[in-house]
Structures are given as structure tokens and as C-alpha cells.
Design a protein around this ligand. Structure first.
Ligand code: SF4
Length: 375
């Protein structure tokens, strides 16, 4: 297959749907967590849940990088943006993420110099064009985006750029998965592994899920046929009594990952003692910080940041959505006090957030349901 249409072929999709139906017993429930926000987006966008038998239930996971950023880190970014002579460069998604003091967009409206960029290298270029200002890049994301930040840090050091830094909020995928798997009473039977993260870390990184927690994993690509095939692969494992990490995304993902990308991360960043996650609390060694050798480019060392830990609003159930215990439409403020135009929680901001995806594609098709998918 070479073209995207082939991955959306209705005949292939219906064939896989029939196979999925044949692999479940009437009345049983198989709960499959798609870890990645990109998968959540594709599932709602293409209406894949409507194709599945009622025995297969999809549960959303923590893999949306914008969604997991806690309010305190947003406030730190706002404090940074309000520093005199400083420009904060950020991905567009982060502009509307609510913190305790509003969002970066609101800070920009108050006069802070916040600019949208498409990559950390864009931010470095900006620093070169405006030598009179300091440019700090707000780095977020899992292992997927960390290599680009790493390469930018290497270039900044090689070129001795004096007015550039990174506010590092990169996170790792394994700790939140372990936290979810340790949740008492969690009812998730298998995982659709993230595609983009896996292109960097490889498929071996998920072996602990099979070996320690006895749940099958299938790393998947993002088109409808890919996702249906991944679900069929999971069900086939169950039917055959296997519990393995399998790779559906063979056109991109390798078992060992991308060694050069991993080396760039390891050279420039190291795990923090702990990092606060929205909905999961502080998880040990789950976030990355900049290594001492690159201290001259570390915004957290160059500027005094509040480093506050702020409680989410009481009505916000993003934590439960991110851990698969609640569906978007089950949150009491979904579509009322929380909409993509005025998000209360992070899951309503990025297109990869489960609430934003369901608001955009799913809410008119499917009635609200009372039952929780959690324990
Ligand atoms: Fe969070 Fe809003 Fe979703 Fe509720 S509807 S879980 S507050 S993003």
C-alpha cells in the first residue's frame, strides 16, 4: 500500500470488522486503550467505534502531550513570557492551555511577547534574527518531539547562540503507562501502542506491559484500516492465548527504535527526579530536564520561575479521561462550561485531546452514556 486511500479502503475495513466480530464472544467485553492522542483523533474522525461490535470498547489513554501539562507549568511559561526582553516561542496548541493565571494567549493579550513557531529550530532562528531579545522555547511532548529539541540544543551550543534557551517539559511514555497499569481495579485488557513515540523508542520498550502486566500490545499506525487491523491483531492474540508486543506500523516503526534520535536525547537531556502530570500527579523519572553540559540553554536555570503546583478546577475531570476511567461526554462540563473555544481542561484544547476530538466528530452521532469504563 502506498497511498492514503488504500488505508481508508471500505472493503478492507469491512473485512477487518468482520474478523473482529468473529474474534469476540457475544456478551464479553474487551477494553482496549489507545495510548496516543493521534489515535483518539482518528477513531472519532473516522467513526471507527461505530464499526466495532459492542463487545469491543475503546478507552482513551494519556498520550496527548498538551493534555498532560499541569497548570503549574503553564503558569511557569506565563511568568517566563512576562520577563522583560524575553520572547516565548511555542507550538500553537499550547497557547490556549489554561493555567492558574489564564493562558499564554491571555498573557499575550496583556502584552507578553508570545510567538507561535512550528519547531524548536524556528525558535533558534528567531533568536538569531533578534539578537537584542532572549528567545525561550517552550518544549513539550513525549519522545516523539524530544529529538528535535535535542538537535536544536546541540546546534545552539555549536553556534554559541547567546540569547536562546529551552523551557523543557518533555515527558516519557513508560511512567504514565505503569501508573495506569498500577491503578487498582483498572479494567483495560490490551493496548494500542503509540505510533509516533514508537518510531523513536521502538517496540521493545513495551515488553514490560506483556511480561509484568500480562496485557497484549500492538503498535499501530493512524489510518482507519491500520487501527482496525491493530484491534484484530490484539483479539487474535487473545484467541490464541498469546501476550506479545506486535508491530502493525512496520512501515515506520522498528523493534529497536531510532538510535540516532535516542542518542541525541541522551546527550542533551536526562530524567528528572519527578514530574507533575495532569491527572496522574507526580511520577518519578517521568520528565526530562536539560543536562548540566547545556545549562547555558536551560530556561529553568537562567530565570526564576514560580514552580507552583496548582490544583485543577474541581469540575475538571481531565485526569479521569487521561487514565481511561471516564469518557469525554461523561464529564459534567463537557460542551457547556468546557468547549474548544473556552476550554476548562487540557483535553479540550489540542485536536489530539479526547474531549476536543469527541466534540468535533463524535458528539452529534452518539448519545451520552451513563456507564463509566473505569473500575
Ligand atoms: Fe477536562 Fe473539559 Fe474534558 Fe471535562 S470536558 S474532562 S474539563 S477537557
Amino acid at each position: 500500500m502506498r497511498y492514503v486511500d488504500e488505508y481508508r479502503d471500505p472493503e478492507l475495513a469491512h473485512g477487518l470488522t468482520a474478523e473482529i466480530r468473529s474474534l469476540v464472544a457475544p456478551g464479553e467485553t474487551v477494553r482496549v486503550m489507545e495510548v496516543c492522542g493521534g489515535h483518539t483523533h482518528a477513531i472519532y474522525r473516522h467513526g471507527l467505534e461505530e464499526l466495532l461490535p459492542p463487545e469491543v470498547e475503546l478507552v482513551h489513554g494519556p498520550g496527548c502531550p498538551v493534555c498532560v501539562i499541569p497548570m503549574g507549568r503553564v503558569d511557569d511559561a506565563i511568568a517566563l513570557a512576562e520577563t522583560g526582553g524575553l520572547t516565548l516561542a511555542t507550538f500553537g496548541d499550547m497557547l490556549r492551555v489554561p493555567g492558574g493565571r489564564g493562558s499564554l494567549l491571555e498573557a499575550k493579550a496583556r502584552g507578553a511577547d508570545v510567538r507561535m513557531v512550528y519547531s524548536p529550530l524556528d525558535a533558534l532562528t528567531l533568536a538569531g534574527k533578534e539578537p537584542g531579545r532572549h528567545v525561550a522555547f517552550l518544549a513539550i511532548g513525549f519522545e516523539t518531539t524530544a529529538p528535535a529539541t535535542a538537535v536544536t540544543l546541540l546546534r545552539a551550543r555549536a553556534e554559541a547562540v547567546p540569547n536562546f534557551s529551552v523551557f523543557c517539559n518533555h515527558v516519557l511514555i513508560e511512567p504514565p503507562l505503569r501508573a495506569i497499569l498500577e491503578t487498582p481495579g483498572l479494567r483495560v485488557d490490551a493496548f494500542i501502542g503509540p505510533g509516533h513515540v514508537s518510531s523513536v523508542i521502538g517496540t521493545d520498550a513495551y515488553r514490560f506491559i506483556c511480561e509484568e502486566y500480562r496485557r497484549p500490545v500492538v503498535v499501530s499506525a493512524f489510518e482507519p484500516v491500520d487501527l482496525l487491523q491493530s484491534i484484530a491483531m490484539i483479539l487474535r492474540q487473545r484467541a490464541e492465548g498469546r501476550c506479545e508486543v506486535e508491530n502493525q506500523y512496520t512501515r515506520v516503526v522498528r523493534q529497536e527504535g531510532n538510535e540516532r534520535a535516542l542518542a541525541a536525547i541522551a546527550k542533551t537531556m536526562e530524567p528528572r527526579e519527578d514530574f507533575e502530570w495532569r491527572g496522574l500527579g507526580a511520577l518519578p523519572r517521568s520528565g526530562l530536564r536539560i543536562r548540566d553540559a547545556f545549562a547555558a540553554f536551560d530556561a529553568e536555570r537562567l530565570f526564576a520561575l514560580p514552580d507552583a503546583r496548582i490544583e485543577d478546577p474541581k469540575a475538571c475531570r481531565c485526569g479521569d479521561v487521561l487514565t481511561g476511567q471516564l469518557r469525554p461526554w461523561e464529564c459534567g462540563v463537557f460542551g457547556t462550561a468546557c468547549t474548544p473555544e473556552r476550554p476548562l481542561g487540557t483535553c479540550m484544547v489540542s485536536s489530539e485531546g479526547a474531549c476536543a476530538a469527541f466534540f468535533s466528530y463524535g458528539r452529534l452521532r452518539r448519545p451520552r452514556e451513563e456507564a463509566s469504563v473505569g473500575a
